[in-house]
Design a binder for this molecule. Structure first.
Ligand code: UDP
Ligand code: MG
Length: 153
């Protein structure tokens, strides 16, 4: 099964939305395989947001990601990368559809509640960036046969 990275951004901690956002992923049927609170650093964010380093908002983005700790989560499920990304919605909260996390909880292009990995390849790189191998737990969900059909597993 796929694993993907979700970061609950500082805006989510400040606004008291941590439980609510994690609850959405749990209710969908994704298995929480790892979770920790972390203070991000400039060095880590230079790697994590390397694709945005030329953008005028790069420093503001990094500052907004370092102003409080974040919560890093690893969620697992069949096609988890695509499913989690769809649940997050468009980057700009003002464009995100109602029913998505960003579309329900934010109004900003930057303070947009969650980071989610955008491909399986990036999910693997990002999970290794935020978690040590022993911080990801491969226990079996007891309700697996009710989450998926036998021919999907
Ligand atoms: N971002 C921003 N302004 C922009 C585009 C992105 O501040 O015009 C921030 C926003 O917080 C976003 C993050 O940079 O979540 C990473 O951008 P990316 O394009 O990877 O979007 P995401 O994958 O988070 O939807
Ligand atoms: Mg991205």
């Amino acid at each position: 099964m796929e694993k993907t990275l979700v970061l609950l951004k500082p805006c989510t901690l400040q606004r008291g939305l941590v439980g609510e956002v994690i609850n959405r992923f749990e209710k969908r049927g994704l298995r929480l395989a790892g979770m920790k609170m972390m203070q991000l650093t400039d060095e880590l964010l230079n790697e994590h947001y390397a694709h945005l380093r030329e953008k005028p908002f790069f420093q503001i983005l990094k500052d907004s990601m370092m102003c409080t700790p974040v919560i890093a989560c690893c969620f697992e499920g069949i096609e988890a990368v695509r499913v989690v990304r769809a649940m997050a919605g468009s980057t700009n909260g003002r464009n995100a559809l109602p029913g998505t996390i960003r579309g329900d909880y934010c109004m900003s292009n930057q303070q947009n509640i969650v980071h989610t990995s955008d491909s399986l390849e990036n999910a693997e790189v990002e999970l290794a960036r935020f978690f040590r191998p022993e911080e990801i737990f491969d226990f079996e969900s007891s309700n697996l046969k009710y989450l998926y059909a036998s021919d999907e597993l």
